[in-house]
Design a protein around this ligand. Structure first.
Ligand code: BGP
Length: 467
């Protein structure tokens, strides 16, 4: 029989600043890399998004009605520091003060991501994460946030999906277009981000002894396409390069051996010093947060068809940074996928919880999990998102089994609390419990409509996990 969810379990939901706030240039906010990126013209940009910047009080009231125990959001670095360093913008400071006050007033625990893809543009112009100066700027930003909001915020996340920023550097990262030797550049950026993260964790422990801080990578469950040992090695390579490299650096302060030899063979090794490795040893997280959407299946890239039939190679957003010499994407006939080709795999979620916990022995919190879909406002002004309820329900069940397995899990925050603009697929790819009435280009009235999943999740929270 499954163990109950622990008392005080943090049922939550997530957003990120650039995807939900809008107000992209208001009250002194500086531009970020997102504001300077170009997107396909048929999709929404990030200027208004869900206009949470002006609707936050009503939105937080809805989150409270849903029963959220925690709300995960991010601070837009360039709202506090318009150029990423230099002068502090007091209007930006005041915005997050109002937001956090509102969250607290409703008895919700804030869970704050310091950096969610939106590097200040001014830093990017000086080389972004390729420039070690960005590491100093990040530490200062983190220290400022701890000082300003540390009295009210206990849980902090350093960097959202650093692994995806490296693996998809040209899409969501800070790799300038046309960079020579992009992979080597990205692994150097990765190293700098790791140093920035370590410095933020050290600062947090120093300044806020009661607070807790951790990384928030995207972790996928990885399967070999067959029981052929070559495919198992390919899956192993992929896990090390996609998942463990990042958590091993954060938790153990060392480079994962398989990922390291991959980088060495390819000529991607970053420049590192002994002092930096000592710093990585010192900066340790209190917990691990991770985002999980789907599992991935990979095969050996070298001998396709060795089993007698030509393998269908799969293009999958969860399979970034494909290096065909070490792995290729493969179909998993045992799983269904969503409208965007992501394999839906609740059992893989349990596997992932076990793997992370066994490897690092730190408490876990899920900071993203959810189903992107083309929701429609029906005639009755309701959103019948039963498909989302099915997805979330199946994942919560596996989470409960992971807890029963002995995994220390203290919270679950689906993506997303409210509809927002997808990383690169517009507003029409929706994840929220609350519908925002707008289209890609027509902002309509931006009215909020709780979806069917809102009322379903309300009950899950109320009953501490009944579905
Ligand atoms: C994660 C990001 C989120 C969010 C989510 C859904 O990678 O942390 O910011 O966007 O994925 O992805 P998408 O919007 O591409 O569907």
């Amino acid at each position: 029989t499954p163990a109950p969810f622990p008392q005080g379990f943090l049922w939550g939901a997530s957003t990120s600043a650039y995807q939900v706030e809008g107000g992209w240039n208001e009250e002194g906010k500086g531009p970020s890399v997102i504001d300077r990126a170009s997107f396909p013209p048929e999709l929404s940009d990030f200027t208004v998004t869900s206009d949470h910047y002006h609707h936050f009080a009503g939105d937080i009231a809805l989150f409270a009605e849903m029963g959220l125990k925690t709300y995960r959001f991010s601070i837009a670095w360039s709202r506090l520091f318009p150029t990423g360093e230099g002068e502090l913008n007091f209007q930006g400071v005041a915005f997050y003060r109002r937001l956090i006050d509102e969250i607290r007033r409703h008895g919700i625990e804030p869970l704050v991501t310091l950096y969610h893809f939106d590097l200040p543009w001014a830093l990017q112009q000086q080389g972004g994460w390729s420039n070690p100066r960005t590491v100093d700027a990040f530490e200062r930003f983190a220290r400022t946030a701890f000082e300003l909001y540390g009295g009210q915020v206990k849980y902090w996340l350093t960097i959202n999906e650093q692994n995806m920023m490296i693996l998809k550097g040209d899409v969501i990262g800070t790799l300038p277009p046309g960079t020579a030797n992009p992979q080597k550049t990205l692994y150097q950026q990765n190293h700098h981000m790791m140093l920035a993260q370590a410095r933020a964790m050290i600062a947090c422990h120093e300044m806020l002894p009661e607070a807790k801080i951790g990384p928030a990578p995207n972790i996928s469950c990885v399967y070999p396409a067959s029981s052929r040992p070559e495919d198992v090695i390919a899956a192993n390579n992929f896990s090390s390069i996609r998942n463990w490299l990042y958590l091993d650096l954060a938790c153990f302060g060392r480079y994962n051996a398989v990922a390291w030899s991959f980088m060495r063979e390819k000529g991607y090794l970053p420049q590192i010093t002994e002092e930096e490795m000592a710093l990585l040893q010192r900066g340790r997280p209190d917990f691990i947060a991770f985002n999980y959407y789907a599992s991935t299946t990979v095969a050996d890239g070298q001998d396709r068809g060795a089993v007698g039939q030509e393998r269908r190679e799969v293009e999958d957003q969860q399979l970034p940074g494909i290096d065909k010499s070490v792995y290729i994407g493969a179909d998993n006939p045992n799983l269904e996928h969503n409208e965007f080709g992501w394999y839906i795999d609740p059992v893989g979620f349990r596997v992932t919880c076990r793997e992370i916990y066994e490897r690092y022995r730190l408490p876990l919190i899920i900071t993203e999990n959810g189903l992107g879909a083309f929701d429609r406002l029906a005639q009755d002004n309701k959103i019948h998102d039963d498909y989302r309820i099915r997805y979330l329900s199946a994942h919560i069940r596996q989470l409960q089994l992971a807890i029963t397995d002995g995994v220390e899990l203290f919270g679950y925050c689906p993506w997303s609390a409210i509809d927002l603009v997808s990383t690169h697929q517009g507003i029409s790819k929706r994840y929220g419990f609350i519908y925002v009435n707008r289209d890609e280009h027509d902002l309509k009235d931006l009215a909020r409509y709780p979806k069917k999943s809102f009322y379903w999740y309300q009950r899950v929270i109320n009953t501490n996990g009944e579905r």
